[in-house]
Write a new protein. Structure first.
Lengths: 576, 528
């Protein structure tokens, strides 16, 4: 399969349709937003030019409080809870970053919750059972749901955000590899090295069965090297493609380097029994591989099953590799515009740090997330939430309660529902759209704006409307919804009883941008239409005095729902 | 699932300030030709305007039982309106002097008053009482949908699936204000489109979005706001209607001075522009007058509550003037409501606490311009727990409007308004001639009556078409005193133009009143 089919499509179709769309008159009744809109007509047609931070990566020495802690956790977690932000604000920046960089123990593997997969009883894992096409769909759903469960249940650790980063980086598609056991092995590998050594992760991913199958490494033989993996390894996973400076010369590598790398990588196949990559000497190209000037004209002689490590060492010896990786981290955590100042003051020093630390990612993350640059006000609130950030963040920040592990079918069912929700918002765990990952992180000049269009925005609103509705969402006899009363009861009593304090508290939790006075008045009017502030206090206290009185509860619940629905409908709610 | 389904659900269910690229309405004058071409002339649909007075309106200081002044003064001497300043509506019933405009409309056949509207077992919680009024439930029953929403849901059962459509291109309901009113909440989705504020309406017409800071976050915020605007499915319908009609009354106050007038101005424009929306919900807040509803010192005819009532009066008066000029007045009726009235006895803070029944106002040329019911009977010495007793169940008013205005069958009404006390008695709030089709509202008015220019500086012209009888043309000041008797004699049949010299009148609001036999009309006249 040509995994690049998608990759080139946006690049070639973007410029023209955007211009055409912008030239169109305002939509009429007979001309609604196209059902298949994938790029908003309002998205960037060139990179934004708003002023960017001049600060570098020196240690942040400004004030540390709720705003800074919330900013850090918004970027590092999927929707930090109020308690998590408050805890972080009460600690030092160094303590918080230490905690974020501490990887939790590996989670137990996904479990069978279906009646279809009869290989193991419900409640047991299938990850080491023999492959069976009949069970594949159920297992893939189980894996995807389990992965979603890791996100929903994450602790204060960068582990999940970085696991997803690596998934977006070393892409595979579960739908393509068609073996959920491979998929699980791949997930476990990403999670194991999420905060670890990038070179080692690259080595292991290179011979992981999922990747061997996804990018055809398993079909690469001595006499017919398949260039697919070698090309993506250079172009997307490590050194990156630079400007075209000569025939088939992409500055950082050439077509000859792709061919040489492909030869190095020959001989590997995937084993469905051991769920591992394995090396077959007879399929390996034993010639000496010649690299171009981009790699200092290096050669790699036959090293058998260790040869791919030599290739990776050669690639990781290039400063461009470190820069490429740091730019990608920057676009994941900070913003997508990298101007000359950012390149010089942030990317280059981080790249040197990455090399100096032998490609351990933790020191780079620590420096970036502790930097003056990161906490510059202009870098706050400018990331558009991905569908996963939006969906999981809503569940977590609004303290939605999910079914317990004691009811596995219901628990996995809800996680599965979240996957279907993010899928229609155009992000599906385990299945990025193509080998380049989600275009929000590479498609210039739109970047994050790729997430929001006339199709996806209503879907986001529909999801939050459902969660805030009276009935929420039900499946398998279980129910999830935003319990507005419980949410407000979790606030300090004086905050809950004062409408303006309440709105301010929810705003600083849910929105990364300070609201204007008009917006706050508007929200106040949503909670208390036409009424003076003290009436909220009266109604809330009346509810507290008789919490089992359904009439009183309904009275405050209706208003809180209206308030939260409005807040989640604000444009600001899509920002991180 | 079809994507359009998502869109419509969102448009209905999520409150978002709206906008979208389009031509500013200033580019279009009102053009009868354009109006005809675009089909505006064929609208026959009836429109209901609901005006929610948030906070609990003090009905006893609005519609005043002048036959019980001693009881009134015993209960609320601090805040009561002096009897000699009450504007009379009838022998025994008067109206707050801030509502001279309402009195004028009443005399003009465009106002009805329903006395002491409430429901059994009154609830004194704002939130709960509002839910009761908007849902139409019994006091001890929770219904999550709104009464008007259930009506619309019955009419358009599949909404929002397949909407907007060629047959139904327009929002079924529009609420103007920060909340999509629960009145129009359907069983599953809200049947209404929310226009967050009057400013967001004009933003919608002009295609702007709120300004954002010049930062990366502001850049992305603007982008998202643009997409939000794009996905409001009714944006184009609203823009189109707004382009077809321009408000014609010169009497509107400056924007921002009277929130209700600002909202009704939008309603008039959209109705005249041919929008097929049946129900509009507007609101005015601030009626929760626990303290200082009248000034600490000075006249009780001024202060917070007087200002609010004055806004209602001004807003309805200018709205009626506008819909008349726009030739849609016979299509529109409206009613005010508030979650409760206030206590008979004033508290010690020159205010009133949460109460029970209160009067409501119905308006429009098609309403029955009478006082429905009788004055509430007040205890001679009201105690702190005495309440105005209910005379009409509020759902009787809903039921009668549904029956007479929207031609809903009694069976359906019973389904829409489930109650242990249903069916509700019939209250003729719509003019009988309108109901049975025997007499149009116009027959009660003097034909072709207008006063221009208006506002006027020195000299105006009073124009009307006489039937060949005795005609009086009088000018009253805002508190009802006759200041000019321009004409009091028999005129020939046909059009007449009478010059009116106002140079001797102080600047302010007056009413020019013309009467010929049973027909009467009157106009607000602003002297500069």
């Amino acid at each position: 399969m040509n995994r690049r089919a998608f990759l080139n499509k946006p690049a070639t179709t973007l410029a023209a349709p955007i211009t055409a769309v912008l030239a169109r008159p305002a939509i009429g009744i007979d001309d609604p937003p196209a059902d298949d809109e994938t790029i908003s007509r309002f998205a960037n047609t060139s990179l934004p030019t708003e002023p960017r931070s001049l600060a570098g990566i020196s240690l942040y020495t400004g004030s540390w409080g709720y705003a800074q802690a919330a900013h850090l956790l918004r970027r590092c977690l999927f929707g930090p809870t109020r308690a998590e932000i408050n805890t972080a604000a009460s600690q030092t920046l160094a303590e918080v970053v230490d905690r974020l960089l501490t990887a939790p123990a590996a989670p137990a593997p996904p479990l069978n919750v279906s009646a279809t997969d009869t290989s193991v009883p419900q409640g047991q894992t299938w990850v080491t059972e023999p492959f069976n096409q009949t069970f594949e769909g159920a297992r893939r759903s189980s894996l995807r749901a389990w992965w979603m469960g890791q996100l929903v249940g994450q602790g204060t650790s960068l582990s999940e955000k970085m696991t997803l980063f690596w998934h977006n980086h070393f892409v595979i598609e579960l739908g393509d590899i068609n073996d959920a056991r491979y998929g699980y092995q791949y997930c476990a590998l990403l999670r194991q090295h999420a905060l670890g050594n990038i070179r080692q992760l690259t080595e292991e991913v290179t011979v992981a069965p999922a990747m061997l199958r996804y990018l055809n490494g398993n079909q690469s033989t001595a006499n017919a090297p398949n260039e697919n993996y070698g090309r993506e390894l250079l172009e997307l996973f490590t050194v990156g493609k630079g400007p075209l400076i000569g025939p088939v010369n992409y500055t950082n590598y050439t077509e000859a380097d792709v061919q040489a790398a492909a030869k190095v990588l020959t001989g590997w196949r995937d084993n469905t029994t051991t769920i591992a990559g394995y090396y077959t000497a007879s399929r390996h190209n034993t010639t000496t591989k010649q690299f171009s000037a981009a790699f200092q004209n290096a050669t790699i002689a036959n090293l058998g099953d260790q040869e791919y490590k030599a290739l990776i060492a050669l690639i990781f010896a290039q400063q461009e590799t470190a820069k490429f990786l740091c730019r990608k981290l920057y676009r994941w955590f900070v913003y997508y515009v990298i101007d000359a100042t950012t390149e010089a003051e942030v990317i280059e020093p981080l790249a040197r740090l990455l090399v100096a630390n032998n490609y351990n990612v933790a020191p780079v993350l620590r420096t970036l997330l502790s930097s003056e640059h990161f906490y510059d006000a202009v870098n706050m609130g400018c990331v558009i939430k991905s569908p996963l950030d939006f969906t999981v963040g809503t569940c977590r920040q609004l303290q939605m309660v999910f079914p317990a592990a004691s009811n596995l079918v219901a628990q996995y069912g809800m996680w599965d529902y979240l996957n279907s929700s993010t899928n229609v918002q155009q992000q599906y765990l385990g299945d990025p759209p193509n080998v380049a990952g989600w275009p929000a992180y590479w498609q210039t000049p739109q970047y994050y704006e790729m997430w929001i269009n006339a199709v996806t925005l209503p879907r986001r609103n529909q999801l939050t409307d459902l969660f805030i509705s009276t009935n929420g969402y039900s499946r398998n006899g279980a129910n999830i919804k935003i319990n507005v009363i419980d949410l407000v009861l979790s606030l300090p009593p004086a905050t809950a009883a004062d409408p303006n304090l309440l709105i301010a508290e929810l705003a600083q939790l849910l929105l990364p941008i300070t609201l204007t006075a008009n917006q706050l008045t508007y929200l106040n009017d949503t909670l208390l239409p036409g009424l003076p502030d003290f009436e909220w206090t009266v109604e809330w206290q009346q509810y507290l005095a008789a919490p089992t009185n359904t009439t009183r509860k309904a009275a405050v619940e209706t208003k809180l729902r209206a308030l939260l629905r409005t807040m989640m409908g604000l444009a600001e709610y899509h920002l991180s | 699932m079809k994507r359009r389904h998502f869109l419509q659900t969102t448009a209905a269910a999520t409150v978002l300030p709206t906008l979208l690229g389009g031509l500013p309405i200033g580019a279009y004058g009102f053009s009868p030709e354009l109006f005809d071409i675009t089909g505006g002339a064929t609208q026959t649909d009836r429109v209901l305007v609901l005006i929610q007075l948030n906070g609990g309106n003090d009905g006893l200081n609005m519609i005043i039982p002048t036959d019980q002044y001693s009881a009134l003064m015993n209960a609320r001497a601090d805040i009561a309106i002096p009897q000699n300043q009450v504007l009379p509506l009838s022998v025994n019933t008067g109206i707050h002097p801030a509502m001279a405009g309402i009195k004028n409309l009443y005399e003009n056949g465009q106002i009805g008053v329903v006395q002491a509207v409430g429901y059994p077992n009154a609830n004194y919680s704002h939130f709960r009482a509002t839910d009761i009024w908007t849902s139409g439930s019994d006091s001890n029953v929770t219904i999550t949908s709104g009464w008007a929403g259930r009506y619309l849901n019955g009419e358009y059962a599949d909404y929002p699936n397949g909407y907007p459509s060629t047959a139904n291109p327009d929002p079924l309901a529009i609420s103007i204000g920060s909340v999509v009113s629960n009145c129009v909440q359907g069983p599953s989705v809200n049947m209404g489109m929310a226009i967050a504020s009057t400013s967001s309406f004009y933003q919608l017409l002009s295609g702007g979005v709120d300004a954002a800071p010049n930062t990366p976050a502001g850049h992305e915020l603007t982008f998202i706001r643009q997409v939000i605007a794009q996905t409001q499915v009714y944006t184009t319908a609203i823009q189109t209607a707004a382009r077809r009609a321009t408000n014609l009354s010169p009497l509107y106050p400056t924007a921002g001075q009277n929130a209700l007038a600002d909202q009704l101005k939008i309603v008039a424009q959209l109705v005249a522009g041919g929008l097929q929306t049946r129900i509009y919900v507007c609101n005015l807040g601030g009626f929760d007058t626990h303290s200082a509803q009248v000034p600490t010192t000075g006249s009780t005819t001024t202060g917070t509550h007087a200002t609010l009532l004055g806004k209602i009066s001004q807003a309805l008066e200018v709205f009626q003037d506008d819909v008349r000029r726009l030739n849609v007045q016979d299509r529109v009726v409206g009613m005010t409501f508030s979650e409760f009235g206030r206590r008979i006895k004033a508290n010690s803070s020159k205010g009133t606490d949460h109460g029970a029944a209160a009067p409501l106002i119905v308006f429009g040329t098609s309403v029955n311009p009478v006082l429905h019911g009788t004055n509430p009977v007040l205890p001679a010495n009201a105690g702190v727990n005495d309440q105005v007793p209910m005379q009409f169940d509020f759902r009787a008013i809903y039921a009668s409007i549904l029956k007479d205005w929207f031609k809903v069958t009694q069976t359906t009404i019973n389904e829409l308004l489930p109650s242990s006390t249903s069916p509700f008695p019939y209250v003729p709030v719509i003019r009988p001639g309108v109901v049975n089709g025997t007499a149009s509202a116009a027959k009660t008015n003097v034909a072709g009556f207008s006063v221009y220019p208006n506002p006027v500086r020195d000299r105006a012209t009073v124009e009307f078409t006489g039937e060949g009888g005795h005609v009086q043309v009088l000018v009253y000041d805002a508190v009802g005193r006759e200041v000019v008797r321009l004409l009091d004699r028999t005129l020939s049949r046909g059009p007449h133009k009478i010059p009116l010299d106002v140079s001797q009148l102080a600047a302010g609001s007056y009413y020019c009143h013309v009467q010929e036999g049973p027909r009467v009309s009157s106009r607000l006249l602003v002297v500069l």
